[in-house]
Write a protein that binds this ligand. Structure first.
Ligand code: 6R9
Length: 636
């Protein structure tokens, strides 16, 4: 098991040095020892940053679900694979063993085949956090269909955009979902979205809330009766290493969402390897990641990474505040969770509540705590450390992205001494670089710059679905022979990395990536709006919240501003989803612009953040006088 499970700092440095000296042989050894292949690769890595093109384990053949399920059946068939905790605490938790998971996935895979899905077809999955979501993902992978999971909090328009972008042939959804004390009409959202989609032939519907939805003749089918008829075995489709495994959409700073394409072998090897090391998972552990499978964190660290290691992975349907703010800790206690992985925004929200919610429960099973999604502030880190980890659990602050497929920079528990707010050191095989604005690498320590990665790693996204040029432009054009992350970072005196946040127009709200341009597009559709600019500003719970500056058309200026604010947020909610709503909307007569007509968001960001001491030189603006007006009317 060499290299696969790092146990102390010296070993980390040894392994790291080896991994950068000869990345090919490093990853080859791991791929050889820990996975099941139908055919060995001819070549570990070939790459070209210009095209850009990256191929890992070319020539190899495999099926990822055999690695995540079948090969565990002999040794741990009766062990829980997925532990499902329902929204309602009175509903019993479900322990799905590896044997049962195998049968469920095979049945679902057979249903997909009967419904005409073939290798390479795209299947959109729009489901709440219920076992069928993980099963549907794996069933697609079983037969070589490409899954495109869309987070079930997205609106019908956002769903339709994503379905159309990749021409999905099928949608798998449910009648509705439970979220705390509410139910959400998912099927209604799908019906609305599909009015704009021609490619979808079939909609499979899980009955989750028994709401008796309308079923469209010839298109919609209840899933359960089909599963009941299906066989519990399904030969896995043999896939090439570089066959696409899934598409997952992420927000860009401009334009439509980007369908990041991940392929099979490299993604599997890297997510499995990082899961094992970053969470120090051991047999018998119960691992819980609170993310939704609609995000990359759920793909890599609820489904694929844990299952590839034969782990027990918890899936939670509900929210941290229902029935009260103790729910997370109740679940940790009830299932004796050993690794707990969540987002800073959740930690901050829970830290605001009475400590009694924590103290009621026995959290002594916990060994490792993790965070992901955005920078964690020091206060939240300490609260997590003291109240949840009782100062005994290492905290892994894991930095990575939808595009990177797996965790890139993170402490390794018991090896890397943690420092609050630092993601610390790169994982083996990851070669970060900090770049200045001229495109030169900034060497040495105690420096900051734009974070890039200068050598390929197995789980990097290979393209943007249908738009390879955009992939090149977004990630490989800013700096030659480098992947550009879009984040800024600093490297301290011992070489630890701290991520300082996005350097582009993406704002991370409650851990969700939101591009400001699509939100502006939505607002600008309002008949009374002439122009708008969205920026993020610091928010104590959400990390960042959205602040909108809106210029009204002359005709709109006489309207009631509170009503306008509501209408604008409704538009955003319809076009993108409630997560993108603005916390503050300021109406203004103008926006500061450069002479070339670009809105100076840097200034707007500072004003929204109440940080106007150093606005920089505004005299070169096209309309410097507008800065004072914006400042005078800022919404505190
Ligand atoms: C996994 C995930 C990616 C962006 C990324 C960065 C921010 C993620 C972070 C972090 C500071 C961390 N981010 N983890 N910032 N510290 N530990 O979140 O993917 O949704 O694509 O977001 O999130 O800005 O560029 P994704």
């Amino acid at each position: 098991m060499s290299n696969y499970h790092i146990k102390h700092l010296e070993e980390y440095f040894q392994v790291y040095r080896k991994s950068v000296r000869n990345p090919e042989s490093y990853w080859e050894e791991i791929a050889e020892e820990h996975f099941m292949w139908h055919k060995r690769w001819d070549n570990v890595l070939s790459y070209d940053f210009e095209k850009p093109e990256f191929k890992w384990f070319e020539g190899a053949q495999l099926n990822i679900t055999e690695n995540c399920i079948d090969r565990h059946l002999r040794t741990r068939g009766d062990q829980t694979a997925i532990l499902f905790e329902p929204n309602n605490p009175d509903e019993e938790a479900l322990h799905i063993t590896y044997n049962e998971l195998h049968d469920r996935v095979c049945k679902m895979a057979n249903v997909l085949k009967v419904e005409g899905i073939q290798k390479g077809d795209r299947v959109c999955i729009y489901l709440p956090m219920i076992p069928e979501l993980a099963v549907a993902v794996l069933a697609c992978a079983r037969i070589g269909a490409i899954h495109s999971v869309v987070f079930a909090g997205f609106s019908s328009t956002a769903l339709a955009t994503r379905i159309n972008d990749s021409n999905c042939k099928m949608v798998i959804t449910s009648d509705g979902s439970f979220r705390g004390s509410k139910t959400i009409d998912l099927k209604g959202i799908v019906d609305e979205g599909l009015k704009k989609c021609d490619s979808v032939e079939t909609v499979l519907v899980v009955n989750r809330i028994d709401s008796g939805v309308e079923m469209k003749e010839g298109r919609d089918k209840w899933l359960q009766p089909l599963l009941d008829k299906a066989e519990a075995t399904c030969e896995p489709e043999i896939m090439d290493a570089e066959d696409p495994l899934f598409i997952l959409y992420t927000s860009g700073s401009t334009g439509t969402p980007k369908g990041m394409v991940h392929t099979t072998a490299g993604y599997m090897v890297y997510t499995a390897f990082t899961f094992k090391n970053v969470f120090q998972y051991r047999d018998g552990d119960v691992y819980w990641c609170t993310a939704d499978i609609g995000w990359i964190t759920g793909h890599s660290y609820i489904v694929y990474g844990p299952l590839a290691n034969g782990a027990t992975t918890v899936m939670f349907e509900g929210v941290p505040s229902y029935p009260d703010y103790g729910r997370f800790w109740e679940i940790v206690d009830k299932h004796k969770v050993t690794q707990f992985y969540t987002a800073p925004t959740a930690i901050r929200a829970l830290a605001k509540e009475n400590l009694e919610h924590v103290e009621k429960y026995d959290l002594s099973s916990l060994k490792v705590l993790g965070t992901v999604g955005e920078p964690i502030n020091e206060e939240a880190w300490h609260w997590y450390d003291e109240n949840i980890g009782k100062k005994k659990c290492p905290i892994v602050d894991t930095w990575w992205q939808t595009e990177t497929g797996g965790i890139m920079i993170s402490p390794i528990p018991y090896s890397t001494p943690a420092i609050p707010t630092f993601a610390t050191l790169p994982l083996p095989g990851i070669q970060p670089a900090l770049m200045d604005e001229e495109g030169k690498e900034i060497k040495g320590n105690q420096v900051d710059g734009r974070l890039c990665i200068k050598f390929p790693w197995p789980s990097m996204a290979r393209t943007i679905w249908g738009n390879h040029q955009r992939y090149k432009d977004t990630y490989f054009s800013a700096f030659k022979n480098m992947y550009f992350t879009g984040d800024g970072a600093l490297r301290d005196s011992v070489g630890y990395y701290r991520i300082t946040g996005r350097v582009d127009d993406v704002v991370i709200v409650s851990g969700h990536n939101l591009g400001t341009a699509p939100i502006e597009d939505a607002i600008n559709e309002h008949p009374a709006v002439a122009e708008s600019a969205i920026v993020g500003y610091p928010h104590e719970v959400k990390g960042n919240a959205l602040y909108g500056y809106v210029i009204l058309k002359e005709t709109g200026e006489t309207r009631n501003q509170d009503n306008l604010r509501k209408e604008i947020n409704q538009l955003i909610s319809d076009r993108i989803g409630p997560i993108a709503k603005l916390d503050k909307i300021q109406f203004t007569s103008g926006l500061p612009k450069t002479r070339s007509g670009k809105i100076m968001r840097r200034i707007l960001r500072k004003i929204a953040s109440n940080d106007t001491s150093n606005l920089g030189d505004t005299s070169t603006l096209l309309n410097p006088e507008v800065v004072q007006e914006v400042m005078d009317n800022v919404i505190k």
